[in-house]
Design a protein around this ligand. Sequence first.
Ligand code: ATP
Length: 236
Amino acid sequence: MTKPLLQVSDIHVSYGRAEVLHGISLEMQPGSIVTVIGANGAGKSTLLNALMGIVPSKGTILYDGAPVPRSVEERVAAGLCLVPEKRELFSTMSVEDNIELGGFLRNAADRDRTRADVYERFPRLKERRKQLAGTLSGGERQMLALARALMARPRLLLLDEPSLGLAPKIVIDILNIVSELRKTGVSILLVEQNARAALEIADHGYLVELGEVKLSGAASDLASNPALMESYLGTH
Ligand code: ATP
């Protein structure tokens, strides 16, 4: 077995006096897609924010076999990159300027190379590169958020509900793009409420309820788990 890219042990997070993550542990192999599924308020975004260093946590986070660096900036430099639920694009800036911001830590030659790759992967964004980000459709905004993240050449991409608010067909397009990204060697931790779609592209899944891991396993096993099907996947 290869060395895990990420080993999270017994993570606790509190907001003020309220603890919302009560000892979460998970593991990711390099090059894999792992999904964290669960209802609203389960603590999924909090988990990603803790991994990125945006909220403080107790517990151990090993990245590539060593303790993850402390600050958000050092984690970005080490190859972690979060695409937040609200996308957080600069809506009064153009598509190309938003993309450029994702590469701010890299030198000009690296940026040029990566920008070319990114536009090849997202031809729609290339066509619309002069358009203001605030005028994009929901699906295009999510593509832009992914494109901006890719400019940092991440090793581990943390995706917070990329399908949120998108029409079912666009959800499929976005998750196909996520699945394609894995082929470039990037590992993906995918937080989703859309459990069925997420488990379809993931290798491994964790079900989080009220700040705890309730169930974990191979994505295909979780997708065929009757209790989970009933609670989270709907019956269709
Ligand atoms: P959703 O899918 O709705 O985004 P989630 O699983 O991502 O839900 P979190 O956003 O991590 O859940 O929230 C977990 C719990 O922590 C919730 O009860 C939420 O109200 C609480 N919480 C989140 N952020 C804060 C904050 N900044 N201050 C106080 N409580 C917070």
